[in-house]
Design a protein around this ligand. Structure first.
Ligand code: GLP
Length: 236
């Protein structure tokens, strides 16, 4: 594990954006795994700026987002589809036919999950996966539990996650109770993983995830075993 402990959100974003730009420079047709949440917003902003300066092209990339809420459509401002367009896709030259996000409105969720796995495999697997971490140690929407869910699946969100994500919704009761998420094996299969964490609120869970026992009760703890994990952590 490469651990960069940085001072403040901006430094975390700069370091992460620089790593992503190097990945794209080294392999312009990389397959990237993308995350949502508040943590990567500043990283995406820097990538948009780098694109505007002509330093990076998203055209040859393929991307797979980690997760999506069940029941939210593409035009719903709380959907991760909407978030990606707002924060990145709408401002760069990405080929939207190769920017994949699970369909939260799919009629057959199990089929959607299986098809998502197949698309990742068909793309040759993920070269670099960006991750945030939930307050309860979740990665993507893999919630604490008794075992690690392997593949893309539908999950009942943890009460802690629903409470944490209520800040993005006008009414707390609007937070969806279910989501589609890549599984632990899907995430772990990425050739490189970049874990981002920001703020004092994530200090205890990060300590546990990086240095505690490897357990499905702290899903991010599995990352300790990944052969190419980079962590950029601002604990301020
Ligand atoms: C959400 C997402 C995760 C994200 C996490 C942390 O629930 N599904 O992918 O890492 O929350 O969010 P934040 O970055 O806002 O702390």
């Amino acid at each position: 594990m490469k651990l960069y402990q940085v001072s403040g959100y901006q430094e975390m974003c700069q370091k992460a954006a620089a790593l992503l730009c190097s990945q794209i420079a080294e392999k312009p047709n990389s397959v990237l795994g993308l995350a949502t949440g508040s943590t990567p917003i500043g990283v995406y902003k820097l990538l948009v700026q780098a694109h505007e300066r002509g330093e990076v092209s998203f055209g040859p990339l393929t991307t797979f987002n980690l997760d999506e809420y069940c029941g939210l459509g593409k035009s719903d401002p709380q959907s991760y589809y909407y978030y990606m367009n707002e924060n990145l896709f709408g401002s760069v030259d990405i080929d939207s036919t190769r920017a994949f996000i699970p369909n939260g409105k799919a009629e057959d969720i199990a089929a959607e999950c299986a098809a998502y796995e197949e698309k990742i495999t068909a793309a040759g697997g993920i070269d670099l996966q960006i991750l945030g971490i939930g307050n309860n140690g979740h990665i993507a929407f893999n919630e604490p539990g008794e075992f690690f869910e392997k593949h893309t699946h539908c999950v009942d969100l943890d009460e802690k996650t629903i409470a944490a994500n209520a800040r993005f919704f006008t009414h707390p009761e609007d937070v969806p109770r279910r989501a589609i998420t890549m599984g632990i094996k899907t995430i772990f299969a990425a050739r490189k993983i970049l874990l981002l964490a920001n703020g004092a609120g994530k200090k205890d869970i990060m300590q546990l995830a990086l240095h505690g026992p490897i357990t499905p009760k702290v899903p991010a703890s599995i990352l300790q075993l990944h052969p190419d994990l980079t962590v950029i952590w601002s604990a301020e």
